[in-house]
Design a binder for this molecule. Structure first.
Ligand code: FAD
Length: 139
């Protein structure tokens, strides 16, 4: 099996309220478990940054579905690579919300006054997600 990791950024639309993100993640965990997909979703009230990891087939199919979801827009692929081991194996889908501590990381890796994953390199996006995963503030 080819194990892959995919990272994309997108922007929330008016189709959901911010509270809807928790609902998306709760459903995603059930569905991802069946697909053996793991990952981390980072949300800062405007933007999403998500890593999906799993088999090449499962990750590609899931990304195609997610990227056409009207609850977010302008999904842009930041990084796609084959991996030898999962980085987010603990989570069917972890959720990093803009807590005080997480927001410090968002800004650190953005190198901007405001978090904007559309301006990040794939590598910075990956490093941010890995830094968030080390914290205890993942839901
Ligand atoms: P359905 O729930 O029947 O969805 C049918 C269609 O309606 C889909 O196109 C869906 O995008 C859309 N839709 C569903 N609910 C709503 C709603 N409340 N308002 C507007 N449109 C809606 N799913 C996962 O399985 N795993 C993930 O890791 C994952 N991550 C996501 C990250 C983000 C940022 C977003 C926005 C969505 C994510 N989703 C994830 C949800 C995913 O896009 C699909 O909604 C979900 O997989 C169920 O799709 P479905 O076609 O099986 O079923």
């Amino acid at each position: 099996m080819h194990l892959v990791s995919l990272i994309y950024a997108s922007k929330i639309t008016d189709k959901i309220h911010e509270d809807g993100v928790v609902d998306i993640v709760q459903k995603a965990r059930i569905s991802n478990e069946k697909l053996d997909v793991t990952g981390l979703l980072c949300f800062d009230n405007s933007f999403f940054l998500q890593c999906l990891e799993g088999s090449r087939e499962a990750v590609n199919k899931l990304y195609a579905k997610i990227s056409s979801d009207p609850r977010h827009a302008n999904a842009i692929l930041l990084q796609y690579e084959e991996i030898s081991k999962r980085q987010f194996a603990k989570w069917g889908m972890g959720l990093a919300l803009p807590t005080k501590s997480n927001s410090v990381s968002f800004l650190k890796y953005s190198r901007r006054a405001q978090f904007n994953p559309f301006e990040m390199s794939g590598e910075s996006a990956k490093q941010l997600l890995l830094a968030l995963a080390k914290k205890s503030e993942i839901q």
